[in-house]
Design a protein around this ligand. Structure first.
Ligand SMILES: Cc1ncc(COP(=O)(O)O)c(C=O)c1O
Length: 424
């Protein structure tokens, strides 16, 4: 599409936007008495207006029923987690039995590595991205130590080439090939949190399996942002959080995917808890663990219903909006933002802002990371003063995520105008 850098053009795009009414379903933070331009849905998604009602329902049922709410609440708590696979199958490209909503992201990373990282003398290496989100790095490092191994000889980090900001796909393929004989696990983000780069998960999964290793993905920045086909890609496992693009609230309940090919494999190790036990005999309180033969068998604890109510409120909006429209709008918003930044650079007659997110539609979602060459922090602070909530990463990167459910093309146009006014 040929974009134009005018308010009228941005408003015309908004008028044609099939998702335009969804913005009203969210609370937009107010700055200086005006709706902010909220570009940090990649960090904490906004609150749906229905969240309070769904949480309140559970609080009321708790007040009315006490423990009986497990069976008699309007949405009985004993089965509360069973709502989620249906909402998530399209978002993840997975079968319902491959999905379970539970715990928090880093906790789940550890649980999944307990199952899928079983190093032995021959296969012990883990491939991951250099500069993965720190929690992933700490989790991997500590798992390696837990197995009595030396992280330096075990963790293979793939970095961008000198002077570049994104990792070349061939480099990932090469690292897998070069380490094939010793490789136990490839564990990589679906979308890199810093650059916004989308990895080719299908090919990575295939290459990891050809090398004889398992393959898992941290989808924190991918879920609800880009199309996923976890089942068809044959990912062994994946995990994500729900508080970014899935708008389920700070520290909201997370989730995992385990490919169905592993569900019946009794030789896989796992840490067990009663909520993963066969539902028909769970309350017999027997001694021996009998795992549910689906992803649910990896659950440990009973369901955090209050947090799940917030998750449900948001996923109802996804179901109503339709993910194909969400993903398509995400790409259009990013492309418009890239165009606006290019226009700013052209007007400044220098590369004042360097885009580090890949430009191809297959390689990005709705996050654009920009390296500001001069006065980055001052520009970021001024953006904030003028009502733009974006994200700053040292040394000089501003991450901007125009989120399809509540951001508009006008938000992007106005963002460009503010940058221009600061740069002039
Ligand atoms: C890629 C990635 N991994 C891990 C985490 C940590 O998540 P949590 O604190 O929910 O465990 C985050 C949080 O933003 C993240 O973006």
């Amino acid at each position: 599409m040929n974009f134009e850098n005018t308010l009228a053009f941005a408003q015309a795009l908004d008028k044609k936007d099939v998702l335009r009414s969804f913005r009203d379903k969210f609370y937009i933070p107010i700055i200086n008495g005006k709706e902010s331009i909220y570009f940090t849905g990649n960090s904490l998604g906004l609150q749906p207006k229905t969240t309070q009602e769904l949480i309140l329902n559970e609080l009321e049922d708790w007040a009315s029923f006490g423990v009986e709410g497990h069976h008699h609440a309007r949405n009985p708590w004993i089965r509360y987690h069973e709502w989620f696979p249906e909402y998530l199958i399209e978002i993840l490209g997975a079968k319902p039995q491959e999905i379970v909503v539970m715990n928090q992201l880093t906790v789940n990373l550890h649980l999944l590595m307990t199952t899928f990282y079983r190093p032995d003398k021959k296969r012990f290496k883990i491939i991951c991205e250099a500069k993965a989100f720190p929690s992933d790095q700490y989790a991997i490092h500590s798992q390696v130590l837990l197995h009595g191994l030396n992280p330096a000889a075990t963790i293979v980090e793939i970095s961008p080439a000198e002077g570049e900001h994104t990792i070349k796909h061939q480099e990932i393929m090469r690292a897998i090939k070069d380490n094939a004989d010793e490789l136990a696990l490839v564990l990589i983000g679906g979308v890199n949190y810093y650059s916004g780069q989308v990895f080719n998960m299908r090919d990575i999964s295939k290459a990891a399996h050809e090398a004889g290793a398992y393959c898992g993905f941290d989808l924190a920045h991918a879920v609800g942002n880009i199309p996923l086909s976890l089942h068809d890609w044959e990912a062994d496992f994946a995990c994500w959080c729900s508080y970014k693009y899935l708008n389920s609230g700070p520290g909201g309940v997370a989730g995992i995917f385990i490919h169905e090919k592993h569900h019946q494999n009794k030789s896989l190790h796992r840490l067990a808890g009663w909520w993963g036990h066969n539902k028909t005999s769970r309350f017999e309180m027997g001694k021996d663990f009998d795992p549910i033969p689906t992803a649910e068998g990896w659950q440990l604890s009973n369901t955090p219903v209050i947090s799940m109510a917030a998750h449900k409120a948001s996923l109802e909006i996804f179901a109503e909006a339709g993910i194909k429209y969400i993903f398509a709008k995400g790409i259009s918003l990013s492309n418009y933002l890239l165009f606006i930044i290019d226009e700013i650079n052209k007007a400044a007659q220098e590369k004042f802002i360097e885009i580090i997110t890949p430009r191809g539609d297959e390689e990005k979602g709705c996050q654009v990371s920009m390296l500001v060459q001069k006065n980055g922090k001052a520009i970021f602070n001024e953006l904030k003063r003028q009502g733009v909530i974006a994200d700053w990463r040292e040394p000089n990167v501003i991450r901007v995520a125009p989120v399809p459910l509540y951001n508009s093309f006008e938000d992007i146009y106005r963002f460009g105008e503010i940058i221009r006014s600061i740069a002039d």
